[in-house]
Design a protein around this ligand. Sequence first.
Ligand code: NAD
Length: 234
Amino acid sequence: MKTAVVTGGGSGIGLAIAHRLRADGYHVATLDLRPTETEFAHTADVSDRTQVQAALEAIRAQLGPVTVLVNAAGLDGVKRFGKLTFEEWHRVIDVNLNGVFHCIQAVLPDMREAGWGRIVNISSSSAHSGQPFMSHYVSAKSAVNGLTKSLALELGPWGITVNAVPPGFVDTPMLRKAEAANLLGGTIEEHIQRTPVRRVGRPEDIAAACSFLISEEAGYITGQILGVNGGRNT
Ligand code: NAD
């Protein structure tokens, strides 16, 4: 049985991905800031290299080599660019981009050894459209898309595929928090009316795309940014 690690697996999209991969038959370990009650839930800050390495060592000891990685941990932030402090900029880049760097480097030896691997990075549709007052977040997520494409070219010869899924508008605590703070430019209901498939995204929609990209039959798909957004971006 293959072992998968899902970062951000304590909430929202990451949690749904962890459930889905378990149902697909993988051993699944999660890595998140907040502890969950799930078996194989590890508490770590993805931006902290030492914590990531320690969690990965514990996961390997429990479940064996890790050949599937989904990077779903994310931190958003809303602030006018001129008011953004370097510390705020840096924290958002650190979690959303540097965290992906640390986690991929931590699992790469296992994938190289196996001659097989699947990496899926959860970026954001804002990297496609831009988003006012989220310049740090959009910069980080755009870089994740770039990293995805570069690593697909670099790791392909070792049997490792690297793809990104940029969610658009998915009903999670992150989205509800943004709605409550009046940051969405309208209510979720109003956004639904502007979404071609006329509903908000579900974490399970993103999980289904990840499940496919990780599957054996998706082995010829790499370096792709697969939008799962009800047609909001095409
Ligand atoms: P969420 O807030 O429900 O879940 C994010 C999880 O990441 C949380 O459990 C949180 O504890 C964890 N996390 C945050 N910082 C961390 C860190 N430093 N180390 C480890 N874990 C950390 O949000 P979500 O909506 O499920 O978001 C999942 C991913 O999807 C994120 O990368 C987010 O940027 C992206 N995304 C979501 C939407 C959406 O509409 N919900 C849209 C675009 C992108």
